[in-house]
Design a protein around this ligand. Structure first.
Ligand SMILES: CC(C)(COP(=O)(O)OP(=O)(O)OC[C@H]1O[C@@H](n2cnc3c(N)ncnc32)[C@H](O)[C@@H]1OP(=O)(O)O)[C@@H](O)C(=O)NCCC(=O)NCCS
Length: 269
């Protein structure tokens, strides 16, 4: 796939943040491009990135990111990080999907991840992972790259039981389920909050390069459980474990589609 050789890593942020971010590591053939919000020449890229997020997350009436959230929560306190392709190298179906103008002559965002820094030192709250060329390991590489740039040691995040992105998150290590069906979320009943103890910086960089597929291969010792999100009894059992101080982890591969839904690999400790 020749586009894989043309991917350019990018970090979209606010100028004063740059000195706190680690983007010196070589991820592919190109140096990381730091795209600053202060430069009005970057407006088209920012708009394309927001549109890409809207497409990936169901638009403004679902989980698409409002522009003000992109600025207030994504760019000013942290960074939006991913891979982009020059428009000339970008597959036509992606250009169509993102409604890129014929006369556009810049970069097109292909993937993105964002994580806000938390009050807990070293911990980030990740969101907005998406990729417009699926099936090439790019979401995994994107998340790894972003976490390395942010110097993250732990990560919390929210996802849905039916989201195949669980396969991506579980590659970083056992996902400890912290909250089942958080009381507030756009899709509360389908969601859970998880926490990852992240691989070290060098491993994250190797994952970002696509050289290493799994950050933490070790699994916790405990009872294996194949969770079926369509079975309410399974949800009750999960809630029960969590309220009785048991730890429940999702372990790689983590998620697979079935003929009538999906199933999730869990370990109860
Ligand atoms: C989910 C998403 C991020 C995956 O992107 P991607 O670049 O294809 O992910 P990767 O190639 O790194 O995938 C890693 C694994 O997940 C699997 N996977 C990814 N999407 C899948 C899907 N829709 N169905 C089944 N498996 C899927 C891949 O096959 C791969 O599995 P493997 O272990 O067999 O190799 C992308 O489809 C997307 O943007 N979805 C919409 C936004 C979204 O829901 N984001 C997640 C927020 S938590």
């Amino acid at each position: 796939m020749d586009f894989l050789d043309k991917l350019v890593p990018y970090v979209l942020t606010y100028g004063p943040n740059a000195e706190y971010l680690n983007f010196e590591d070589q991820i592919g053939d190109f140096d990381t491009e730091v795209i600053l919000i202060e430069d009005e020449n970057n407006a088209d890229f920012c708009r394309l990135l927001n549109f890409s997020n809207q497409v990936a997350f169901g638009g403004p009436d679902d989980m698409g990111m409002p522009l003000w959230v992109m600025l207030d929560c994504g760019i000013l306190p942290t960074a939006m990080i991913g891979f982009m392709l020059h428009v000339d190298d970008c597959p036509d179906d992606v250009l169509d999907l993102l409604e890129v103008d014929d006369d556009y002559d810049g970069y097109v965002p292909i993937s993105e991840y964002c994580a806000s820094v938390s009050v807990e030192p070293g911990c980030v709250s990740g969101f907005s992972l998406h990729c417009q060329i699926p099936g090439h390991g790019l979401a995994t590489r994107t998340k790894a790259f972003a976490l390395a740039v942010l110097g993250a040691k732990n990560q919390i995040g929210v996802t849905q039981f039916d989201n195949p992105a669980i396969r991506v998150h579980a590659r970083f290590g056992p996902m400890e389920i912290m909250l089942h069906r958080p009381v507030i979320h756009t899709h509360s009943m389908e969601s859970f909050v998880y926490r990852l103890r992240l691989p070290d910086h060098d491993t994250l960089i190797e994952m970002a390069r696509g050289g290493v597929e799994f950050g933490v291969p070790e699994r916790p010792q405990g009872i294996k459980w194949l969770f079926d999100p369509s079975d309410e009894g399974n949800h009750l059992r999960l809630a029960d474990y969590l309220t009785s101080n048991r730890s429940v982890y999702i372990v790689s591969p983590g998620w697979r589609g079935t003929s009538d839904g999906c199933e999730i690999d869990m370990i109860v400790v």
